[in-house]
Every structure is written in structure tokens, then in C-alpha cells.
Design a protein around this ligand. Structure first.
Ligand code: C2E
Ligand code: MG
Ligand code: MG
Ligand code: MG
Length: 289
């Protein structure tokens, strides 16, 4: 009898959590319909030369009660659900239309979109992407970059590689996000058709205090050179980090030290006024260790 009661208790508990899950999903579905989702754009730059390489679209939810929610607060919930496909397609569309607007104002650049593997691995993904691109004849496929997390890229390596190859055939660029946090073997890396490795923020954050992280960073940069890949540092916040990155030969960067994610309307003005701090190109002052 006791066991049975307990069973009932857990049943009710499970039912409650499924219900909240269901409620959250439907809330998010409505958010998409009601224009509560929006994008911020974080610039990617050449730290030494000052060129603006592109802008990464980062999703936000303007929740009527809770205010601006970050993707960590709602993307994991839908990552393996069909809603992630609707959200992803909305992001691609929105980012491309913003790119057109920037272009009309004289800023020729690129835009990057983060995609979930569940979306990327849909059988009609390439077909839909082609249609989406065709809606923006002012934009070349080369101006769109897709980002996928290292952790997911290598989980389903063959299928993901295939999609990346098909995207590359269209001209669309590919980057591996948060590189260094997964388990990419060198063999896989060699075969992966993505052009850019985005080095995870954690290595940039600690490279000046943790010699191991500095060594990993150096390793990734030299690996990228060997395999002819671009390398971009995420989370560049300080002058010292920028100096060290340039010194190590990683000239592409992104981070609060360059710009916080901007509203689409702010991008053109930002790009006209931004320039790298000349001191970033000075040799880093190395502590004796
Ligand atoms: P991510 O693609 O690696 O994006 C970088 C994240 O680091 C962003 O957080 C950005 O605001 C933050 N960041 C950038 N520079 C700095 C810095 O200097 N210091 C610190 N502390 N943080 C910095 P955000 O916007 O909260 O996005 C978190 C993650 O959510 C993204 O990581 C990406 O994986 C995911 N995400 C964002 N937008 C989308 C989307 O549209 N679809 C999907 N599937 N995932 C998305
Ligand atoms: Mg990203
Ligand atoms: Mg990242
Ligand atoms: Mg990340």
C-alpha cells in the first residue's frame, strides 16, 4: 500500500512538471507569433586592422512580465523540439532582412546565426535555406554564416559534416562555436568543412592567469593555421587580452571590450565610429613566471 501511494505521489509530480513544460512551450510559441522575440547583434572585428568582419545575431525574449530574457533561459527548453526550427528560421530571416537594411545604409558586411543541431539536421534544411536566401536577392550567400556548437558538431559528425558541405556549396559560411569545450579529435577537425573556429570565452578569460589555458589557446591557433582555418577569440574584454591575442596571431575577436551586442538600428553608426585601440598592437607585457 505504501509503495502504491508513493507511486501516485511521483505520478502527480511528473504530471505537474510535464504541464509546466507544456505551458512554457506554448508560451514561447506565442512569443514568436506576438513578436516578443528580437535579435541583438554583436560585432566581430579584426583587432589589429580594425575591419568589421560581421555581426552575430543573438536572440532575446522581451517577456511581458519577466523583461528581457537571455537565450540560456529559453533555448535549452526547445532545443530538441520542433519549435527550435521555427525559431531558427525566424532568426535567419530576421538577420538577413537586417543585413539588407545595413547594406542600404552603406555597410557591407556579414551576419552569423546560431543554429541548433536538431534544426540543421532536418532533411529539408538546405532546401529551406536556399528559399530563404532567394528572398533576399541583394544578399550573397557568402554574407551568411551559420554557427554550431563544437559539442553538437561532433556528436553526429557525419550528418553534420554533410550539411556543412552542402551549405558551403551554396556559399554559406560555417563556424564552430565555443571551440575547445567539446572533444573534437584532431582527425575530426581535419575533416570538418567549417572555415572558422571560435575559441570559447573561457580560454580568453583565463589565458593571462592560467598557463594551461594560454597553452591550449596557442595550440588551437597553430592547429587552425595548419588546417587553414580562421580563428576568432570570443569574450575579448580587456586591452591585455587583445594584445596577447594579436601577439599569438589570433587577430579576429568579439567581446564586450569591443562591443556589447547592439540593437540592429545601432549597428551602422557603431561601425562608422569604431576603431581598435592602437595600444592593442603593442607587445604584451609578460610577467616573469
Ligand atoms: P554564443 O554563440 O557563444 O554567443 C556568445 C555569448 O557570450 C552571448 O551570450 C554574448 O552576449 C556573450 N558575450 C559576448 N562577449 C562577451 C564578453 O566579452 N564577456 C562575457 N561575459 N560574455 C560575452 P548570449 O547572447 O546570452 O547567448 C548565449 C548563447 O545562446 C550563445 O552563445 C548561443 O550559443 C546561444 N544563442 C544565442 N542566440 C541564439 C539563437 O538565435 N539560436 C540558438 N539556437 N542559440 C542561440
Ligand atoms: Mg555563437
Ligand atoms: Mg560561443
Ligand atoms: Mg556560448
Amino acid at each position: 500500500l505504501k509503495g502504491k501511494r508513493r507511486y501516485h505521489f511521483f505520478d502527480a509530480e511528473l504530471e505537474r512538471s510535464l504541464k509546466t513544460q507544456h505551458e512554457k512551450l506554448s508560451e514561447l510559441g506565442k512569443a514568436l507569433e506576438n513578436n516578443q522575440l528580437f535579435l541583438r547583434y554583436q560585432p566581430k572585428v579584426n583587432l589589429r586592422e580594425g575591419d568589421i568582419i560581421g555581426l552575430e545575431a543573438l536572440i532575446r525574449w522581451q517577456h511581458p512580465q519577466k523583461g528581457e530574457l537571455s537565450p540560456a533561459e529559453f533555448i535549452p527548453l526547445i532545443e530538441n523540439h520542433s519549435l527550435i526550427i521555427d525559431v531558427g528560421n525566424w532568426v535567419i530571416d530576421k538577420a538577413l532582412s537586417e543585413l539588407v537594411r545595413w547594406q542600404e545604409q552603406g555597410l557591407n558586411t556579414t551576419v552569423s546565426v546560431n543554429l541548433a543541431p536538431h534544426h540543421l539536421l532536418q532533411p529539408d534544411f538546405i532546401h529551406k535555406l536556399r528559399i530563404q536566401l532567394a528572398r533576399y536577392p541583394q544578399i550573397n550567400a557568402e554574407q551568411l554564416e551559420l554557427e554550431i556548437l563544437e559539442t553538437s558538431a561532433f556528436e553526429d559528425f557525419d550528418a553534420v559534416s554533410e550539411v556543412i558541405c552542402q551549405c558551403r556549396a551554396l556559399g554559406v559560411a560555417f563556424a564552430i562555436d565555443d571551440f575547445g569545450t567539446g572533444y573534437a579529435s584532431l582527425t575530426y577537425l581535419k575533416q570538418l568543412p567549417a572555415q572558422t573556429l571560435k575559441i570559447d570565452r573561457s580560454f580568453i578569460r583565463d589565458m593571462l592567469v592560467d598557463p594551461d589555458d594560454l597553452a591550449i589557446l596557442e595550440g588551437v591557433i597553430s592547429l587552425a593555421n595548419t588546417f587553414n582555418r580562421e580563428v576568432l577569440a570570443e569574450g575579448v574584454e580587456t586591452k591585455e587580452q587583445a594584445q596577447m591575442l594579436i601577439w599569438l596571431g589570433c587577430e579576429l575577436g568579439q567581446g564586450f571590450g569591443i562591443s556589447k551586442p547592439l540593437m540592429g538600428e545601432e549597428v551602422v553608426e557603431w561601425s562608422a565610429s569604431w576603431q581598435p585601440d592602437p595600444s592593442w598592437s603593442e607587445a604584451p607585457k609578460l610577467d616573469d613566471k
